[in-house]
Design a protein around this ligand. Sequence first.
Ligand code: ADP
Ligand code: ADP
Length: 223
Amino acid sequence: SNVINASQLTLAYDNGKKEIIKNANFSIKKGEFVFITGPSGSGKSTLLKALYGALKPTSGNLIVGGLDLADISTGKLQELRTHLGIIFQDYKLVNEWTVAKNVVLPLMIAGYSVDVQNTQAQRLLKHVKLSEHADKYPLELSGGEQQRVGVARALAKNPVVILADEPTGNLDDYSSNVIWDLMENACQQLETTVLVVTHKIPTIFSLPYRHFIIESKGVYEVH
Ligand code: ADP
Ligand code: ADP
C-alpha cells in the first residue's frame, strides 16, 4: 500500500508564481527506503517541506499517510505530524534541554504521561547507544551523537514515515555510517518508510532502495 502518493503535484513559492516542482507523479510504499538527489536549488527541501505539511501544493494531489495535503485542515495537519519523524542536517535539538528531554519531545506534545516519557527515553537512548548521556545537554555531545539524538526523537512515536534532509551532511564517515545503520534498521525492523534527501548515496548501504532525482522541476526515478 502507498504511504506517499503524488499526482500532478506542483509546488511553488510567491503565490504560485515561482514553480519549483511541476506535475510530478510518484508513489512510495510502506517499508520502502528512498533516496532523493538533485542539484543544489532543484527543490529537494521544497519537496520535503510539502511532505511534512509546511508548504501547501499549488495544484495536484499529495497524499501522505492517508491525508491529502492539498486540502488539509490545521487539526489534520497535527495528525499528520504525529505519523512523521523528521531528521534535519543541523539536528534542530533544543540546546537548553537535556538529551532525554529532547528525545521525548514528540511524546510530550502528544500528552503522554511522565512515566511513559521516562520509559521511552531509556529505551530510545539505549537503542542509539547514548544511555550514559541522558542528562547531558546537546552541545556537550559530538555532532554524530547529536544526530543520534535526532534519530531517537524521530523514532519516538513509531512513525509511519521518516523524512530526513541531508542527515549526514555535517558528519564524518564513521558517524555517517552509524546514522545510516540506524535508519536502515528502522526500515527493516519496523517497516518504517524512510525518505532521505542527500547529496551522496552511501556506498555501504545494504538494503534495496529506490532513487529519485529532481531535475527540471520533475521528480524521476533513476533505475
Ligand atoms: P534544494 O533543497 O534542492 O537545494 P530548495 O528546495 O531549497 O532546493 O530550493 C529550490 C528553489 O526554491 C531555489 O531556487 C530556492 O531559492 C527557492 N526557494 C526556497 N525556499 C523559498 C522561499 N521560501 N521563497 C521563495 N523561493 C524559495
Ligand atoms: P537548504 O540549504 O536546505 O537547501 P536553503 O538554503 O535553500 O536550504 O533555504 C534555507 C531557508 O531559506 C529555507 O527556509 C528557505 O525557505 C529559505 N529560502 C531559500 N531560498 C529562498 C528565497 N529565494 N526566498 C525566500 N526564502 C528562501
